[in-house]
Each structure stands twice: as C-alpha cells, then as structure tokens.
Design a protein around this ligand. Structure first.
Ligand code: ATP
Length: 367
C-alpha cells in the first residue's frame, strides 16, 4: 500500500520565535515496497514529515493515507493514533532500553499488543535471527557494541511485521565502516520482508546507496523527487545541485549571446546558452571532475592551490572573482601561481534569482 501525503503542512507556534512552517504543502506518494529517503539540511523539515506520518504530530493542513486507510485528515479532524498505524520505527532518539535485556527490548511492542506468550517467543526469535542477534537474548544493551544495539532497535521495529518502516537517522551514532555494513543489512531486511522504508538522513551518500527514490527538502518545501541517479545528474535547481556531491558555482553575466564570468575582465566563456535561458545573470554549476585543466587554450585562469588527495589531485583555481575546485586523476604538473586554461565539459544553468536568503535560513536554525 502506498503512503500518500496530500497538501500536508505543519506549523509550530512558539512563544519566543512565533510561527515556523516546518512542512509546507507537501504532496507525495511513496510506493509500496519502495525505499524512499528524505534528504536535506538540518531544520529542513524531514523529521517533522516523518513524525506526521508516524502520528506523533497532528497536521496543520492536509491528509495522510496508507492506501485506502486514512491516517490523518485535518479537515475532518481525523487522527489515527500511532499504535494503530501498523508502522515500525527506529528513531535516533528512541534508544534501546538499558534495563531490559535483548529479548525484552524486542518483545516490548508485542507485549503492548498483548500477544500470546508462544507467539511472542516465535516472533522475537525470528526478528533476532534476521538481525543477526540470535544467542544474545539474555544480554543487556550495555554489554553489546553500537552496531548490535542498533540491530536491537531494528529487530524491535520489524517484530510486529510492519507494512512500513520509518527510520530517522538510524545509523548516525555508528562509525563510518559500521554504517556501511548496516546499510546493506537494512536493504537485505527490506528484500526479505518487502516492507516500505521511509528513511530520513542528512547523509547524501547513505540516501543514494539505499534509496529507490528520494526527495530533497529545503525550508519545509520539496525541491525535487527523483531516483538517486537522476537527482545527481539532473538537479532541478541550484540548491539540489549543491546538496548532492561536490559542486562549483560560477556566477556569470549573459549579454548579446555571450557569457562573461564575473570579475574576469570581460573575457567571454565560450559556451552555449540554453535556448530557454533569457536572464541577464546566471549561475553555472559543474562538478570538480567535469572540468579540465589545460596548459594551452581554454578560459584563462590561475592556479591558487594544489592538493594531493591520494586518488586524485585537487586544484583550486581562480576564475575572475570565483574560486573553483578541479579534480584530476593524473598530475598535470601545475603549481600554485601558474597560469592555466580551464575547459568545462558539462555545465548546468541556474537562475541567479532562486536563492533563499541566508537571513531566512539563519532564522530557522535558531529554533
Ligand atoms: P535535523 O536534520 O536537524 O533533525 P530536520 O530536517 O529533521 O532537521 P525538523 O526537525 O523537521 O528538521 O524541523 C523543521 C523546523 O521545525 C525547524 O525549524 C525546527 O526548529 C522546527 N520544529 C521542529 N519541531 C518543533 C517543535 N516541536 N516546536 C517548534 N518548532 C519545531
């Protein structure tokens, strides 16, 4: 069954800061069996959206459905409590209970549901097996590693056979190596049980590795919904471009069919202008590995810095008033201060107007 959000908004009213719209008119359908990630910077509204789906927050507007089953409908003041939504959850803040052993931690949701003793034993055993915790039933969380503790939380989330699993930064307190292992384990669990996963993270590599589709949010508004591949290769705006992977943004003036990087003495960057671009200013986006450094030809620039990063060499290069990063697999032999030529192999064009002001952003962070 699909998870459907229709015109969903959530505004928090605080005494000190007034109203903050954490989620702003979100429309979204997450397909049954899909692994779907919410990605975005701190404060963009990811967790609030997940909490609205879970039923921990009431909506300010809109509707949430699981297939034909309504979860929340603001206009009718309808609200299904979290325990009736049939969801599994691993929230960052929901640590395992230190005073309960592994078995009891995992059995907890079944005890709340007042299941038979024999069913509890069978289901907990199965959940522990699937999360590689068999044999640790009697241990207490403090006797286990971080990865094992995280698996307890996962086992507890799947023990009720949920249709949808909500995961909010479930791996954030693990070291990078363990995070990678756990990513695969989560994906494996999904394959076995075919539940829908809704995954909240601000780690783009994690979202890309896990997701069938994902969304990027900013200031409570969805910026793009797409597959990881499309999102990375065709970001719909500058914010999404900058959020995924490394990026360079070159501000330019556009005049008489020519493109002039700002502060570059009126030199023209020999590149085509997209047919539908009519503005006088633009931001040209490129990845550091999409730019070539040339000894001859190309746009005149100057090497500012050269950094050896084992797999590649990174050059910081000044183009007019803008510093850009270029990554080369082979050493081009340039040194700091050398003049050079720059060739952009791929450029995405964005309007210079669609920026959210830093002041607006800062105001949100305060809360
Ligand atoms: P993070 O990655 O830091 O967890 P997030 O993207 O999950 O961030 P949310 O936690 O959803 O962001 O918060 C979105 C906005 O709503 C923020 O400005 C936050 O301060 C505000 N907010 C969230 N919960 C509350 C609340 N209970 N009361 C008031 N404001 C809140």
């Amino acid at each position: 069954m699909d998870v459907i959000l229709k015109d969903v908004s959530k505004t928090f009213v605080t005494k000190t800061f007034g109203a903050v719209t954490a989620v702003n008119n979100v429309n979204l359908t997450i397909k049954a069996g899909e692994c779907f990630s919410f990605l975005g910077p701190s404060g963009c509204g990811k967790t609030t959206t997940l909490r609205l789906i879970a039923g921990f927050e009431d909506l300010s507007a809109g509707e949430i459905w699981l297939g034909e089953q309504p979860f929340s409908i603001k206009a009718k003041n309808f609200y299904l409590p979290p325990e009736k939504r049939g969801l599994g959850m691993v929230f960052q803040a929901f640590a395992v209970w230190p005073h309960l052993n592994v078995f009891e931690n995992v059995a907890f949701p079944l005890r709340i549901m007042k299941k038979e003793k024999s069913e509890i034993i069978d289901r907990v055993k199965a959940a522990l097996k699937h999360t590689n915790l068999s044999g640790l039933e009697e241990k207490y969380p403090s006797e286990l590693s971080g990865g094992q503790q995280q698996r307890i939380a996962l086992a507890r989330a799947i023990v009720t056979n949920p249709r949808v699993l909500l995961l909010d930064e479930p791996l954030s307190n693990l070291d990078p190596k363990l995070r990678e292992i756990m990513r695969f384990e989560i994906k494996d669990l999904q394959r076995k049980f075919n539940f829908t996963i809704i995954y909240v993270t601000h780690d783009q590599a994690e979202a890309m590795a896990l997701s069938d589709r994902m969304l990027v949010m900013d200031m409570g508004v969805i910026q793009q919904i797409d597959t990881p591949y499309n999102m990375y290769n065709n970001p719909s705006n500058k914010f999404v471009y900058g959020f995924l992977g490394l990026s360079n943004f070159l501000p330019v003036n556009v005049d008489g069919g020519k493109v002039y990087p700002k502060g570059a003495n009126g030199l023209d960057l020999d590149c085509p202008i997209p047919g539908d671009f009519t503005e006088k200013e633009a931001i040209l986006a490129s990845r550091p590995n999409e730019i070539e450094l040339l000894a001859e030809g190309g746009f005149p620039a100057r090497i500012k810095n050269r950094i050896f990063l084992s797999d590649y060499i990174e050059y910081r290069v000044d183009i007019g008033q803008t510093e850009i990063r270029i990554q080369c697999c082979e050493d081009q032999g340039f040194a700091a201060g050398d003049p050079c030529g720059v060739k952009f192999n791929r450029l995405k064009w964005y309007s210079a107007k669609d920026e959210i002001s830093e002041a607006e952003r800062e105001q949100r962070k305060v809360i």
